[in-house]
Ligand binder design. Structure first.
Ligand code: GAL
Length: 703
């Protein structure tokens, strides 16, 4: 789950069926904007309540129902005896109401008979314990035995529903992961890891070299001697290259498993139904980018208020604007279609403290998804459960099964607003020029993120928090932002930010150089370019490959133990830092932007900028405590490029989508939505309190 910041892992898989989406259909026509739906568990409620519940879902104004992701015990109550009569009835009840259906493969929850008959399908945790039947995600998807059973149930589902016009699309599995248990150390996984390594390195000598195994006599003689790195089994620090490869393998293996399921469904569904899975918010061990070409849409699960503080005094009720918005901007950019498969409906049950969301927060999150371009928003779940592991979790209906909760009413409000927006959609609307001029990409690399996190050098460093400082700065300027992976065309963006991209090669640095020379404005931040793709430091000056590009040397970096903080002066202001500081030596022609104000290197340079060809390169070598230095320096980049920007408060997001402007207020303050005279307002108004939302169209004041 989103909550568990799982401890990572990565890899490939030997034989993988390609599951390319068939291109012909358009499952998400632009004019539909964003569809809104809900999870329903018919298997958990008396049959005579299903018609009432489904009719009430319709009455709320919702458009689709999501079912079946945990229902294997009902789909196949005994081995080989499939029973979809119950699901047929639920699907028909939805269809009769004009509701679309999203069906799921039930593979997170193998039935008890399967685990009893084949205990080898159960994962082994880091301490060597076999997990038991009783919750979910306990199976190992590396097991060929498990895959055989999965293949059969997915085949049955595809055969049965692949032609059913009520079925809109499919979700594979559910938050694929092993939750807090991290990775699976079963023999099946160990063997697949070894096969992956063999395919990657071919000879054991090459692996020994890549992993630096000459140190501590780590030399292997054959691939069969290798195990997944496991802190519980090794005495001192794990080999960082082995850890990074295990993360790559795990992510490859997960993507392969999803592809395996998708390929089966495609045989029956063709391009009539779309396929996705619901990734967890921070996708730390299972990588959505690896599935971008396999699915028509990438979806995720979002629970903004579960006892985390987030930004500002109301952050614990409103969630974090930047985190939410970052994930939307990342998944949307991966293949063009993004959605929220799960969005918190109200209070949840699994956080350390589970507060009530702020009144209006659920509506805020839905409209934020709309602003970010989401094609669908679905909520977990319709009815609050009366039994089972998720007691106390809100739904759209309360414990009586019929009365809408505050979240239910907010979903209903959003669904009706979406209807109004659809009726006013103008396909010809083009992105306003001033907004388009600020288009910015932030580069993200899961390899660099893993590698930095594997060896931070200081517990005060937060890899994602570092990138979010830049993201927040950009949203304050009102920039449309795409979070991009390396395969994207940098030239599509006037501005490009590269935060802490530690693992690079000459080709990537060459692309950055060409980008700036051709007129792009490039911002590179500390910890970038320090290692090669294997995770080795360069035999040469620190961060050697980027030095010619940034126009400076990096003399050394410093970190401070708590409670010490250092200071940096820039533009007449002083900023504090605590996690990471590089001391730079600018080349001739490179302009210093910030200097250290204390420590033994006071006066040393912390940030620089230079022009390069028709563009510019700015290097920021320090990570400030609160992001205010980053905000000031990023603002300077836009000023030097003479591109006008906005001045929104942190947490007040204003974006444009499909002809509509959307302002969302995640702050504790009252904010002013920048609605021009003559605009047509569809939701909210110019004055927005906390959780306030405004949606408007320029130059059309009829209502
Ligand atoms: C999600 C999960 C759902 C449900 C929900 C509760 O992460 O996918 O199945 O457990 O959390 O908030």
């Amino acid at each position: 789950m989103k909550r568990l910041w799982l401890s990572l892992l990565g890899g490939c898989a030997a034989l993988s069926l390609r599951a390319q989406p068939a291109p012909a259909s358009q499952p998400f026509p632009p004019a539909d904007l964003m569809r809104i739906g809900v999870y329903y568990y018919p298997e958990a409620w008396p049959r005579d309540q299903w018609p009432r519940d489904i009719a009430n879902i319709k009455k709320l104004g919702l458009e689709f129902v999501h079912m079946g992701e945990f229902a294997w015990a009902f789909d196949e109550p005994e081995e080989g005896k499939y029973d979809f009569t119950w699901l047929d009835r639920a699907v028909k009840l939805c269809a009769d109401q004009g509701l679309k259906v999203v069906l799921c493969t039930p593979t997170p929850t193998p039935p008890v008979w399967l685990s009893e008959r084949h205990p080898e399908i159960l994962m082994i945790d880091a301490q060597g314990r076999r997990m038991l039947h009783g919750t979910r995600e306990q199976a190992t998807w590396s097991s060929e035995v498990y895959r055989a059973y999965v293949g059969k149930i997915v085949d049955q589902l595809g055969r049965h529903y692949g032609n059913n016009p009520a079925v809109w699309g499919w979700q594979l599995d559910n938050e694929l992961s092993h939750y807090g248990k991290g990775i699976d150390y079963s023999e099946a996984s160990q063997q697949k890891f070894r096969a992956w390594l063999k395919a990657r390195y071919r000879t054991i000598g090459a692996l020994n070299e890549a992993w630096g195994n000459s140190f501590w006599s780590q030399m292997y003689q054959s691939f069969d001697q290798i195990h997944l790195p496991n802190e519980e089994e090794e005495v001192a620090q794990l080999n960082p290259h082995a850890v990074l490869d295990s993360q790559r393998w795990f992510a490859d293996e997960a993507a392969d498993y999803l592809r395996f399921q998708a390929a089966i469904l495609r045989k029956y569904a063709g391009n009539r139904q779309w396929i996705t899975t619901n990734f967890m918010q921070w996708y730390t061990s299972v990588d959505p980018a690896r599935s971008a070409k396999d699915f028509e849409i990438l979806t995720w699960t979002l629970y903004p208020a579960h006892g985390n503080l987030n930004e500002g005094p109301l952050g614990f009720r409103l969630g974090s604007a930047s985190e939410i918005s970052w994930v939307h901007d990342y998944l949307r950019t991966l293949n063009g279609n993004e959605g929220l498969m799960e969005l918190q409906p109200g209070q949840v049950n699994w956080g350390p403290v589970n507060p009530q969301p702020y009144p209006g927060a659920v509506h805020l999150w839905i409209l934020r998804a709309f602003a970010a371009g989401a094609k669908l928003v679905c909520t977990y779940r319709y009815r609050e459960p009366l039994a089972g592991s998720e007691l106390y979790h809100y739904g759209l209906a309360g414990t009586d099964g019929v009365t809408p909760t505050p979240g239910g009413l907010q979903y209903s409000q959003a669904a009706h607003e979406m209807d109004l927006l659809r009726r006013n959609y103008r396909p010809e609307a083009a992105m306003p020029a001033a907004y388009a001029a600020r288009r910015t990409a932030i580069l993200t690399s899961i390899d660099s993120r893993w590698d930095v996190d594997n060896h931070k050098q200081t517990v005060r460093w937060d890899t994602l928090g570092h990138a979010l400082k830049y993201y927040r700065a950009l949203k304050e300027l009102g920039c449309p932002t795409d979070v991009i992976t390396e395969d994207k065309d940098f030239g599509a963006y006037p501005f490009l930010v590269v935060p802490a991209d530690q693992l690079v090669d000459a080709a990537l640095v060459g692309r950055w150089r060409a980008y700036a020379e051709n007129g792009g404005h490039l911002v590179i931040t500390c910890r970038t370019g320090q290692k090669d793709r294997r995770g080795h430091l360069w035999e040469g000056p620190w961060a050697q490959p980027i030095l010619g590009l940034i126009g400076a040397k990096i003399k050394f970096y410093d970190v401070l133990p708590a409670p010490f903080v250092g200071h940096v002066a820039s533009g007449g202001r002083t900023f504090s830092w605590a996690s990471w500081a590089e001391v730079l030596a600018p080349d001739a022609g490179t302009e210093p932007l910030a200097q250290y104000a204390d420590q033994y290197y006071a006066g040393g340079v912390a940030a620089v900028t230079r022009t390069l060809g028709r563009g510019s390169v700015t290097y920021i070598g320090v990570d400030s405590e609160d992001g205010s230095l980053e905000a000031a320096l990023v603002r300077g980049v836009f000023a030097r490029a003479r591109v006008p920007v906005e001045r929104y408060d942190d947490g007040f997001l204003v974006d444009w989508r499909d002809g509509f402007w959307v302002a969302t207020n995640f702050t504790e303050k009252t904010e002013q939505a920048p609605i021009p005279p003559g605009a047509r307002i569809f939701s909210g108004g110019p004055v927005l309190g906390p959780a306030g939302v405004a949606v408007w169209q320029e130059g059309a004041s009829r209502r």
